[in-house]
Write a protein that binds this ligand. Structure first.
Ligand SMILES: [Zn+2]
Length: 450
């Protein structure tokens, strides 16, 4: 079945003013303006009122945190006290809560134009051992492309870490589950819909041994590695005190500087550290909203890219953003990076590149992130018919400058997964009502709400 997405209002692609042709799961042709597809098509979608982007790629999230948005106990705190307020609440997470939280996060992302999602799930309290299986089921139900990371925490407060004992796991259990998940779910190669990556939570919540073993296992299995890195000055101080090294030195010693690694935040680096990260090809997920909410600092995106690191975007967990809107996050990246570098160095094209191609590169993918023949048919289509866009000149710039919030249509691997702003077959009201009840129950069980 060949579908021509015909003559869009605007499209983020080279020489595709006439639209694109989709055949099966792939894009097969970019049609120049005024031209016709080179071969007959079976169906035509009139895109004259749509701005077409490559599907957006989200590099960092914690889906479970959609249950603790704007949590009263955690408001107005920097990272470490914020985490310490939330760990006891998260310790009460049950499988049925997680199933709701994951679906809400995925639907939010999908509605914002996201086609490839990554989640960093590091919370496995007793009873939640199958957390990644729950996530995989939800991803498949919605037809999204995903890299689910098997996170971990093994260093509790008693052992010098930050999290309480109730949310950490024994390292043998972490490694056994990592092997199980890689064997069960990890797809490799072109067109992969579901991948598994290994993701010890952060230097201050796991041991050096677990970092090393995770890296060795991931490399044996052809999987990627992910962690939080250099998010705050507190983390740098913790690393110096407990390991005698700054975060990048510590990572290098653990064999974690490679192009199969992407890190979240990547803020507090020296010039020399940026050079080393770039030479190694370590990817960075810039999380602008989270960095502003927690006042963590500014990610030096342009220096990282110039040094050789791919840079993409992450909405980060919903307790620190507190939304999962990726096109909104691209606007945040534009504004924050422009404030730092100046209006002439960061434009909408840079921010859109981070949200698409940059994210794909961080995930080691050349089959997604751009609109070009041979790539996967992952597309996000936006209409500019809301008041916020009225009178806009450049349609691509308008998406970010006028603050687009919601895609009209999203295609993943050649199939429409969002139509007229809705997920076909989903009872969104029922999902949100169940999520609200679960969020309240979590606070009540933790004793922080009546
Ligand atoms: Zn995070």
């Amino acid at each position: 079945m060949r579908l021509w997405i015909r003559e869009p209002m605007a499209i983020l692609a080279e020489d595709a003013g006439g639209g694109v042709v989709v055949d099966g799961t792939r894009l097969v042709e970019c049609v120049p303006r005024g031209a016709q597809p080179s071969a007959a098509v079976d169906e035509v979608f009139d895109a004259s009122e749509h701005v077409v982007l490559p599907g957006l790629v989200n590099l960092h999230h914690h889906f479970f945190q959609t249950l603790t948005r704007a949590c009263p106990a955690a408001l107005d705190k920097p990272l470490f006290p914020w985490l310490e307020s939330l760990y006891p609440v998260w310790a009460g997470l049950r499988p049925e809560d997680l199933a709701l939280a994951v679906r809400v996060a995925l639907v939010e992302l999908l509605r914002s134009g996201c086609t490839t999602v990554s989640d960093h799930h590091y919370l496995f309290p007793a009873g939640l051992e199958e957390a990644i299986d729950i996530e995989a089921a939800a991803v498949r139900e919605l037809g999204m492309r995903a890299v689910l990371t098997r996170g971990s925490m093994s260093l509790s407060v008693e052992d010098g870490g930050l999290p309480p004992r109730s949310v950490v796991q024994a390292e043998e259990a972490i490694m056994a589950d990592s092997e199980r998940l890689l064997a069960r779910y990890h797809e490799r190669g072109e067109g992969a819909m579901l991948g598994i990556a290994l993701a010890p939570c952060s230097p201050f919540s796991v041991t050096a041994d677990l970092m090393r073993e995770s890296a060795a296992l991931a490399r044996r299995e052809g999987a990627l590695l992910h962690t939080h890195l250099a998010e705050t000055e507190d983390e740098t101080a913790w690393c110096l005190e407990h390991t005698g090294r700054r975060p990048v030195d510590y990572l290098e010693e653990l064999d974690w500087l490679g192009d199969d690694v992407w890190v979240a935040h990547g803020i507090h680096f020296s010039d020399a550290e940026i050079e080393r990260l770039g030479r190694a090809g370590v990817g960075v997920s810039h999380c602008p909203s989270s960095n502003m909410v927690l006042a963590s600092g500014h990610c030096r995106t342009l220096e990282l890219e110039a040094a050789g690191s791919p840079v993409g975007l992450g909405v980060d967990g919903s307790a620190s953003n507190d939304a999962s809107n990726l096109i909104g996050e691209a606007r945040q990246a534009l504004l924050l990076q422009r404030l730092h570098y100046g209006a002439d160095r960061v434009g909408h094209r840079e921010a859109l590149r981070w949200a698409t191609e940059g994210g794909a590169r961080c995930l080691g993918r050349s089959d997604i992130g751009r609109i070009a023949p041979g790539l996967q048919a992952d597309l996000a289509l936006f209409r500019l018919d809301e008041p916020r866009f009225a009178g806009a000149g450049d349609p691509l710039a308008a998406l970010l400058l006028c603050g687009a919030q919601q895609a009209d249509r999203v295609m993943i691997a050649g199939r429409w997964r969002l139509i007229d702003g809705e997920v076909p077959g989903l009872d969104l009201d029922a999902l949100l009502a169940a999520q609200r009840a679960a969020a309240r129950g979590l606070l009540v069980r933790a004793g922080v709400a009546a």
